[in-house]
Design a protein around this ligand. Structure first.
Ligand SMILES: [Zn+2]
Ligand SMILES: [Zn+2]
Ligand SMILES: [Zn+2]
Length: 297
């Protein structure tokens, strides 16, 4: 349970490449969207502009989150990438609302876009976003998961634009352009909100969803030498690296050996969880807790 183990982390370099790919492609998209008069492409361009900003921010913040502990940030810098994920979500929610206000009026007044230009841009979009997903895959931080899923959605969005532009090439249905734009945006908005809720749960120090704290407490109380437990807390730094603290009460005449056994038993109980910080306070039955009354928990 040491504080100094490290994952081999190449995610910063991956985010950097994704950032420059995305930024370059955004410029091509804006020009292409204006030239083809396609709402679907133009809204994707605005969307990718938001992506580029978020990626740049994530790249910058992840440099900090990989640093070790300091006396300024005693838990380390993992939560900096959580902050990046939160800003990411906010930028994308604002961007999606903007896209909708642009695309909805086009439903009443559709304009025929240049569908051949749209086909070329969608194929390019699939290639660029596909390459970014390929580079980011395998990351395990909350921030990287948000981005990998997001880029995957972008690929699917471009596939949808490709299909729509092929249909519009052979039919007179210009309304498909704003419909595709709105559909893609609503899908992205839904996923962003789901991720936003997850990020907020981490900020609010909720118990990670895959961990049953009640079960852990029951197991601790089942250890013979443990009379009771209180102030048991389990929270997460970034969705993958967790922290745990608890107070355990032992008999008033517990020996050093018994106390060491109690600690070993607790470490066994929590061994399956990826914990970076573990604090176990041992208290004697006849010595009241020095922090607060258990009922105030
Ligand atoms: Zn995107
Ligand atoms: Zn610690
Ligand atoms: Zn206590």
């Amino acid at each position: 349970m040491g504080h100094h183990h490290h994952h081999v982390d190449s995610s910063t370099g991956k985010i950097k490449v994704a950032f420059f790919l995305n930024l370059g492609f955004t410029i091509i998209e804006i020009i292409g969207g204006l030239l083809t008069n396609s709402m679907a492409i133009l809204s994707d361009a605005l969307h990718d502009l938001g992506d580029s900003l978020s990626l740049g921010l994530a790249w910058f913040l992840q440099k900090f989150s990989n640093k070790d502990h300091s006396t300024d940030f005693s838990f380390g810098y993992r939560r900096f990438s959580l902050l990046a994920a939160l800003i990411n979500s906010v930028v994308l929610i604002v961007g999606s609302v903007f896209i909708l206000t642009e695309a909805i009026p086009r439903l009443m007044n559709p304009e025929q876009p240049n569908t051949i230009g749209m086909i070329i841009l969608s194929v390019l979009g699939i290639l660029v976003n596909g390459a970014a997903v390929f580079r980011l895959r395998g990351g395990d931080s909350m921030n990287q998961k948000v981005m990998t899923w997001h880029l995957l959605e972008d690929v699917l969005g471009w596939v949808a634009v490709l299909i729509v532009s092929i249909i519009m090439t052979f039919t007179d249905l210009p309304i498909l352009d704003p419909i595709a734009s709105i559909g893609i945006t609503l899908f992205i908005l839904y996923n962003v909100i789901v991720n936003f809720v997850k990020t907020m749960r981490l900020f609010l120090e909720g118990v990670p969803k895959n961990i049953d704290l009640e079960d852990l407490i029951e197991k601790m109380n089942a250890v013979e030498a443990i009379k009771s437990t209180h102030h048991t807390h389990l929270w997460s730094m970034d969705g993958d690296h967790h922290a745990f603290s608890t107070h355990v009460v032992v008999g008033s005449s517990a020996t050093k050996e018994e106390i060491c056994d109690v600690k070993d038993s607790i470490k066994d109980i929590i061994s399956s969880i990826h914990l970076d910080h573990v604090t176990i306070e041992v208290e004697y039955e006849d010595k009241p807790c020095s922090i607060t009354e258990p009922k105030n928990e």
